[in-house]
Structure formats: structure tokens, C-alpha cells
Design a protein around this ligand. Structure first.
Ligand code: TXA
Ligand code: MG
Length: 349
């Protein structure tokens, strides 16, 4: 299959191109598209055959449910059993935006889309290209992140091309994404809504709208033995080819520890990559040293993390050390993804 790549600028969206992309979805094909979090791999959420194709293109186990993307609030009701009052409040506060909510599904949503579950994950993204595309596609677009299973989620169309060339009909290039980490997922089917995956919308932000919000305990710790509530969180996503260890401690000690490891690892033939930050990166002596951004504004780190992990793969780095990040605000999402990438290898010094 030839994958067509088209450019759509969010400031001057060409309706003709959006229609073309939408008609591919309506005909049962797949189109990757930009959202504010990461690129999505879209198919018709109400067509079981489309969902099967998504799993095949990603190389993803089909028990891992997909998120259904909508473009307007009226489209929520037909695909869910009920909209709890708590969900209505969160939708008013955070939709469109990087929040996914889980509901009891209605009969219109096929089990192929929900990985066999009776619940469905729904999100209304804020990216103008995503919204216009979903409308043209018929209103319901199932989309996981547009990476091959096991690779970091794509934050630009170039990474989607790397992973999906020849596997899908079309890629909409809408430039680099804004946030860089996947949406916050909240389960609305339980008494106290529960965060299953941390993201840009934090617990503190949610608790400004609802009295209290819980957290899946497996989110930040080693999950061996305990199944996370979002099936996808059990897989070792985002795993770079190199062996990644997070070094947590006071900045000076971390720099010294990492630099001390480098010479003997190089002698053994390893290529050493280091993830630092703007303030520290010049002081590292690895083979490839990359700054993830500025600690004073951790959104910069969220935006660069997946790009860096992909670049380390391209540069065939075999050992990676990373600084550790705060777990407040977006930092919790950063550490959640980094811990997964590291298979929970973290050294406290
Ligand atoms: O930001 C995002 O959410 C991106 C963009 C494209 O919207 N999408 C995304 O999709 O990250 P994906 O498929 O890579 O991750 C979806 C996660 C998986 O961990 C999956 O197990 C969980 O959502 N999930 C989906 N439906 C669920 C359900 N009914 N119950 C529990 N977890 C669910
Ligand atoms: Mg994903």
C-alpha cells in the first residue's frame, strides 16, 4: 500500500483535503492525524473491520482497547449508556482537550474497538485539524497513538511515517504536537473517578472540579503481580533499544555518578546516551548527551521526551542514563512514561 502524506496547516485548513481524509475513514481505511498530545492512528470507531486493521497496522494485541475521538459533545450520548454528572462537569471544564474519560459503552460501539470490554474510552481533542477531520470522518474516530507497538508515541508526522509507511492509506502532517505525552485517562464508571494514566491534566486540576479523584496504584510503581486498570498500561511501551536507568538524587551527585560510569562502559564497547536538562547537559561526558528541556518549565520536557528516545534508537545507543524528574504537575506523567521506558530501573543515590 502506498501511504499518502498530506499537509494541513491549522490556520488555513483546506476543506478539500479534510474531506478526502474523512472519506478514507468512511470507506474503512486508516488515516494518521495530529492531536495536541501525540499523533493518532485513526479508523471508523463504529466499524469492527477498521478496528481490526488498526491492531494489525500497529502490531498491537487486540485486547488493548482504543480511544474513541469525537468532535462535539452531542456525539457522546449515542456511544455510552449514561453520562454521570461527574463526567459532565469534567467535559465542561476540560473538553476539548487532553482528557480521556471511560464510560459504560452502548451497543453502537463494537467490542473490536473496546478490546472486548463493556466500557469505552472517549476523548474530544482540541487540535483544530483533529476536530475538523473527525467531523469529516463521520464523528467517531478510534485512534491509538500512531506508533508501532513498543515504540514511543509519535510527536511529529515524520515519526508516524517511520512507523506506518506502507501500512495505512494516509498521514495528515499538521506539524509538531503541542504537549508530547498522551492524554490523562480517568475512569468515570466507579464511585470515585479514578486516574488510570497521568497526563497534562493533573489530579490537582481535576480536583478543582470534582471533590476527590483516585489514582490507580499501579501507575507509578512496578506493576509485576498487579494488573493495571487500563489494559494498555501493562505493556512495556516506550521502550528504547538501549538499556535505560534513571538516576535520582541531588544534581551534583547525579552528574558525578553518571560521568564515573561512562569510561568503563565505553571500554566494554557500549555507546552511552545521557538525558539531562538545560542546566546540566554541558557537564555530561557520554557519547550522546541530550537535554530534555528546562526544569523550571516541565512542559518543555514532556514535549521532547519521546523525540529523544527515538533519536537514541536511531543513533544505536546501547546504555542510557536519565536524570529523574519531579512528580508534581506534568512531572508525574513524565516520570510515569520514563519509568516504563526504563522497566522501572531507578537508582536512588
Ligand atoms: O493522547 C492520547 O490519548 C492519544 C491520542 C492519539 O489521542 N491516544 C492514545 O491511545 O494514547 P493509546 O491507544 O495509545 O492508549 C490508550 C490507553 C491504553 O492504555 C488503553 O488500555 C486505555 O487507554 N483504554 C482504552 N479504553 C479503555 C477502557 N475501556 N478501559 C480502560 N482503559 C482503556
Ligand atoms: Mg500508545
Amino acid at each position: 500500500m502506498e501511504t499518502q502524506v498530506i499537509q494541513i496547516d491549522e490556520k488555513h485548513m483546506e476543506q478539500r483535503l479534510l474531506k478526502q481524509a474523512g472519506s478514507i475513514i468512511k470507506a474503512g481505511g486508516l488515516v494518521a492525524f495530529p492531536t495536541e498530545t501525540v499523533y493518532g492512528l485513526g479508523g471508523d470507531a463504529l466499524n469492527p473491520e477498521s478496528s481490526r486493521k488498526i491492531y494489525a497496522a500497529k502490531g498491537r494485541p487486540s485486547d488493548n482497547p482504543l480511544i474513541v475521538h469525537i468532535a462535539k459533545l452531542e456525539d457522546l450520548q449515542p456511544i455510552v449508556k449514561e453520562i454521570p454528572e461527574t463526567a459532565q462537569k469534567l467535559a465542561d471544564a476540560f473538553w476539548p482537550g487532553p482528557l480521556t474519560m471511560i464510560f459504560e459503552k452502548s451497543d453502537r460501539v463494537p467490542y473490536e474497538t473496546t478490546g472486548g470490554l463493556n466500557t469505552v474510552a472517549v476523548r474530544m481533542p482540541v487540535h483544530p485539524v483533529a476536530l475538523a477531520f473527525i467531523e469529516e470522518a463521520g464523528g467517531y474516530v478510534a485512534a491509538p497513538s500512531a506508533n508501532r507497538s513498543g515504540r514511543p508515541s509519535p510527536t511529529s508526522a515524520k515519526y508516524v511515517e517511520e512507523d506506518m509507511q506502507g501500512r495505512i492509506e494516509m498521514i495528515i502532517d499538521g506539524g509538531d504536537v503541542e504537549i508530547g505525552l498522551e492524554s490523562t485517562i480517568v475512569d468515570m464508571t466507579v464511585e470515585e473517578p479514578m486516574i488510570l494514566r497521568p497526563g497534562y491534566i493533573t489530579k490537582e486540576m481535576l480536583e478543582k472540579v470534582l471533590k476527590s479523584v483516585g489514582e490507580d496504584k499501579t501507575m507509578m510503581s512496578d506493576t509485576s503481580g498487579q494488573a493495571p486498570k487500563a489494559p494498555g498500561m501493562k505493556y512495556r511501551h516506550y521502550a528504547p533499544k538501549g538499556d535505560l536507568t534513571i538516576i535520582d538524587g541531588e544534581a551534583e551527585k547525579v552528574i558525578e555518578y553518571i560521568n564515573n560510569q561512562v569510561p568503563s562502559l565505553q571500554k566494554q564497547g557500549y555507546k552511552v546516551g545521557i538525558i539531562g536538562t538545560d542546566a546540566t547537559i554541558a557537564r555530561y561526558r557520554g557519547d550522546v548527551c541530550k537535554s530534555a528541556g528546562n526544569r523550571m518549565d516541565e512542559t518543555t520536557i514532556a514535549k521532547e521526551l519521546y523525540r529523544i528516545l527515538r533519536e537514541f534508537d536511531d543513533e544505536e545507543v546501547t546504555i542510557i542514563f536519565s536524570e529523574s524528574f519531579d512528580t508534581a504537575g506534568i512531572g508525574q506523567a513524565i516520570m510515569n512514561r520514563l519509568l516504563k521506558a526504563a522497566g522501572h530501573k531507578i537508582l536512588h543515590i
